[in-house]
Design a binder for this molecule. Structure first.
Ligand code: AMP
Ligand code: MG
Length: 482
């Protein structure tokens, strides 16, 4: 194919990271694949790149994002990271590279990063490949999270590549794929940690200035370097706290919150063994190898706070430690505020008197811990059943589906009903419509629970039937009613 006619290749690529110099990456070759079958293309992102989807064919996708030769250089990014609490200096892009960077119509710079594009110096004996199942799991996770209002990377394309892969955690041989991820930077906390390991404050300084220039441009106006760095860290703390609040409210467990999976832009990315939880369970873990529950659902805020603390080590080489401490001290307040706002919205409210809001939230979580109802089922049930007459008396609230399993649960439910009734009293009869609307808009009808993904995968694996995957994808992309 004439590459000049491929709109994906004609995008205006800006080698911003490459321009920083080769201390931050290795130039690597890409794998060649025996097959290129496009399984997913993200037309919404094409629009974000200023491309009309009908001008981009599937062949354009497979040529640009499945047959990499001729598009060099590819940069395997160097990074280290704390994995399950232990420092690992043998990391880096082991099965992906930075393919290119492109500015969106919003003026922001985005990465096209591959996953499954071949071995690199950081593969550590791995094959550098992505399983097809892993690919569809990441497509589904990022599309679902995006639709739920989580700040996340997306997938631009997923191409099946026709190789047999062997994995300990999937029936093998299993099918292969290559993905292109669309993200606001693949610079990780671990990218900075590596530079501290090699005692290179000069490289930390250069990288941080780059990060601020591209991803925190509002801070460019801050002339004093100490203030600029302090404000950067404070903002990263805030962005990260908000991100965790987003995960928590949608019942998402990332699974592997190592510092190499933490983005310096505060965006969620890298979806391996993630899971949405069904029943509310603070101890819920997503990764089968997370033996001690380090990355359990409820630990996520603490872990991200810890990860931010570890990032202080490299940053302390170029800025005062007290500025970093001051920034991190705000984490809990940011997290709490963001979490509360999102949970109140799930309960139908934009704002409530603080004490009442706390009480409703605590009682909701208590109830969810004890009642025989799923986390998402509770909120969708609330959205479906809500009626303005609930404002007239607490007895009518949630009368039908909520079954109390025992006396404790019954008491919790009654307490919850009374508190919910009190909350409704803060609004007029006419405002009940807004409550109903908010409930619909904040609570998804479709949740990407693991059994649903497994069913989709089974149809692909057993019968090469892709319809269930596309149907589920469509549902998670528009999970709200109306
Ligand atoms: P992850 O758990 O996906 O964040 O990956 C952790 C590290 O292992 C990263 O450095 C990856 O690039 C590397 N890695 C994961 N899977 C493979 C693979 N199949 N081949 C080579 N490297 C891999
Ligand atoms: Mg990773």
């Amino acid at each position: 194919m004439d590459s000049a006619a491929n709109p994906l290749l004609d995008l205006c690529y800006e080698p911003a990271l490459e321009a920083l110099g080769d201390d931050y990456y290795d130039i690597v070759p890409a794998a060649e694949f025996p097959q290129h079958t496009l399984r997913f293309r993200n037309d919404e992102i094409l629009q974000q790149l200023g491309l009309a989807p009908d001008t981009v064919t599937d062949e354009h996708f497979t040529a640009a994002f499945g047959q990499f030769q001729g598009r060099e250089p590819f940069l395997a990014l160097r990074y280290h990271g704390y994995q399950f609490g232990e420092y690992n200096a043998f990391l880096g892009d082991g099965r992906g590279f930075l393919y290119g960077q492109v500015r969106g119509t919003d003026g922001e710079l985005y990465d096209f990063g591959t996953k499954g594009s071949g071995a690199t110096p950081y593969s550590r004996g791995g094959d550098g490949r992505l399983t097809l199942k892993g690919g569809i799991r990441e497509v589904l996770a990022s599309e679902a999270l995006h639709a739920l209002g989580v700040r996340t990377s997306r997938c631009l394309s997923l191409i099946e590549t026709g190789e047999n892969l062997w994995r300990g955690d999937e029936p093998s041989p299993t099918r292969s794929s290559v993905m292109v991820r669309f993200s606001r930077s693949h610079i990780r906390f671990g990218t900075f940690e590596r530079l501290e390991y090699y005692r290179r404050p000069d490289l930390i300084d250069r990288l941080l200035e780059h990060v601020i220039e591209v991803y925190y441009p509002d801070l460019l106006a801050v002339n004093d370097e100490r203030d600029r760095y302090g404000q950067f860290y404070a903002e990263l703390v805030q962005r990260t706290a908000r991100l965790v609040a987003q995960w928590m409210s949608v019942g998402f467990c990332h699974g592997v919150l190592n510092t190499d999976n933490m983005s310096i832009t505060g965006e969620s990315f890298d979806y391996g063994p993630y899971a949405f939880m069904d029943q509310y369970n603070p101890k819920f873990t997503a990764a089968y190898f997370d033996y001690f529950g380090r990355y359990s659902y409820a630990n996520q805020p603490l872990i991200c706070q810890w990860n931010l603390k570890m990032l202080q080590k490299p940053l302390a080489l170029i800025m005062p430690a007290e500025d970093l401490q001051a920034g991190l001290a705000q984490f809990e307040a940011h997290y709490h505020q963001a979490y509360q706002r999102r949970m109140l919205a799930k309960l139908g409210f934009e704002a409530l008197p603080l004490e009442l809001a706390e009480k409703l939230l605590n009682q909701t979580l208590m109830l969810l811990s004890h009642a025989q109802v799923g986390y998402h089922d509770f909120f969708t049930g609330l959205a479906q059943q809500f009626a303005p007459r609930w404002r007239q008396g607490s007895d009518s609230i949630f009368g039908t589906t909520m079954q109390a399993s025992d006396d404790d649960a019954r008491t919790l439910l009654d307490d919850w009903r009374r508190t919910y009734y009190l909350c409704l009293q803060h609004f007029s009869e006419a405002e009940m419509v807004a409550v109903a609307q908010r409930l619909q808009q904040a609570n998804p009808q479709t949740v990407l629970l693991r059994p649903r993904i497994e069913m989709v995968w089974e149809a692909i694996a057993l019968e090469d039937d892709w319809q269930p995957f596309y149907a589920l994808l469509k549902q998670v992309q528009s999970p709200f009613v109306g």
